[in-house]
Design a protein. Structure first.
Length: 437
């Protein structure tokens, strides 16, 4: 009886909150809140925590509305006691509904994937908060849905939150990271470049600022040096690397997904690169920085700068097609991309690491699946991956004895893995939401 009462009150509270936003013409928020009614019967354990937060926020919304309406009525000398009773009752109802969701009996109703309740709830919450903050702070409609249907961006945020929890369930709940990561990474790249193509076709809403920017990662550094402005991508890249280290390269880079796809065409063991190529990215970084500064100092036109960036990007595509696909190694990412070496070096500041246990028998299974050349025998003997490691985690699934693990100071390896994936998946979903040129 208590369980049915709690679910009924939760559904009623959600519908009333949805109607409240409808009254103010916020259709996107109205529909998003109403969608939780259907989600209740999905019975996922993580959803209970999300509903508690949503209803708690609803209590604040109703309390604020209650006070404001009473003040307005009093200011105009109008009767306010009945209004106060009605809105106060709705506020109390919502608070009771949130409280009942905390009880043990209600917990048994949300009985699916209980072992993943906390990480999935955090993924959903962080995704929604990140996108909501970006939407609020941006000076232009940063979400695509808002561009075409103003005010409906909340629905896109909800869908991305649900997508993030689905990815989290697949990657955290099962040892499928090595199989799913390339797919969701490729999906992100597909969305990114599909929007680029539509933007080039004349659909201006697909472009972040309405202007085209070349999708060449090297411009993250080269662009600001040439223009002396436009540091958004550089700041975003820096913050991301501080959060997840070099995983920028294996989860979030729209070009890296191409290199990953092409190198996987090679079905044999990846061929490590010659030692003389190990510093290739340092040379391309120097080239990019020097070229950007020189073009700025010499006062060259923007056309020359764009042409230079386009040539650099096309050479990178050639490296992928000509070398990565024939060696089974991500040659572009490990020997050509200047952003890759910055990510690896800055990743040393980040506390996330992959560690190899001392009990490792050096079977070499991990080196057979590492596409970044970070696990040769020397690295395995030293019990840590090389500089080119991007924390992709492909090696973890290959180690049958679990000798390779994620490491974070003070955390158990299993918790460290969950926490790492929570952050990466949240960023992936957030980047997917704003993946416009």
């Amino acid at each position: 009886m208590m369980k049915k009462l709690a679910i009924t009150l939760a559904v009623l509270s959600l519908l009333l909150l949805s109607a409240h936003f409808l009254r103010y013409g916020q259709w996107g928020l109205c529909f998003s809140i109403a969608s939780f009614v259907a989600l209740v019967f999905y019975r996922q354990a993580w959803l209970r925590w999300v509903l508690i937060v949503v209803l708690s926020v609803g209590v604040i919304v109703w309390a604020d509305t209650w006070l404001n309406l009473v003040k307005i009525r009093m200011a105009f000398g109008q009767p306010w006691s009945r209004l106060s009773l009605i809105v106060g009752s709705v506020t109390a109802l919502t608070a009771i509904a949130a409280s009942l969701l905390l009880t043990e009996r209600v917990r048994t109703f949300f009985n699916r994937d209980t072992q993943l309740a906390v990480p999935l709830a955090i993924i959903f919450g962080l995704t929604v908060l990140t996108l909501s903050f970006a939407r609020h702070m941006a000076s232009l409609p940063i979400l695509l849905v808002d561009r075409f249907f103003p005010g409906w961006g909340w629905l896109q945020i909800l869908l991305l939150g649900l997508y993030a929890t689905w990815v989290g369930k697949k990657m955290i709940g099962n040892d499928t990271t090595s199989r799913l990561r390339p797919k969701i990474w490729g999906f992100f790249s597909l969305i990114f470049f599909a929007q680029l193509i539509l933007g080039l076709a004349g659909v201006q809403e697909m472009l972040m600022t309405g202007k085209l920017h070349l999708p060449v990662p090297a411009l993250i550094v080269g662009g600001p040096l040439y223009r002396g402005s436009g540091f958004f991508m550089l700041i975003l890249f820096t913050v991301t690397v501080l959060l997840v280290g070099p995983a920028w390269c294996s989860y979030l880079c729209y070009i890296g997904a191409w290199d990953d796809y092409l190198c996987r065409r090679w079905k044999k063991r990846p061929k490590n690169l010659p030692s003389w190529l190990s510093h290739g990215r340092v040379y391309t970084l120097i080239l990019v920085v020097a070229t950007a500064i020189a073009l700025r100092l010499w006062g060259n036109s923007a056309g020359v700068a764009v042409a230079s960036a386009a040539i650099f990007g096309l050479v990178g595509v050639g490296v992928m097609a000509g070398f990565s696909s024939r060696r089974g190694m991500m040659v572009h990412c490990t020997a050509y991309c200047p952003i890759g070496v910055i990510s690896n070096l800055m990743g040393k500041i980040n506390p996330w690491r992959l560690r190899i246990d001392r009990d490792c028998n050096q079977c070499g299974a991990c080196s057979k699946v590492c596409r970044y050349g970070a696990l040769d025998m020397k690295n395995i003997e030293q019990r840590k991956p090389g500089l080119t490691c991007t924390l992709c985690g492909d090696c973890i699934a290959s180690c049958k004895d679990s000798y390779i693990r994620y490491h974070f100071p003070g955390l158990d390896p299993s918790v460290a893995r969950q926490a790492f994936l929570v952050v990466c998946i949240t960023l992936h979903a957030a980047f997917l939401g704003v993946a416009r040129m």
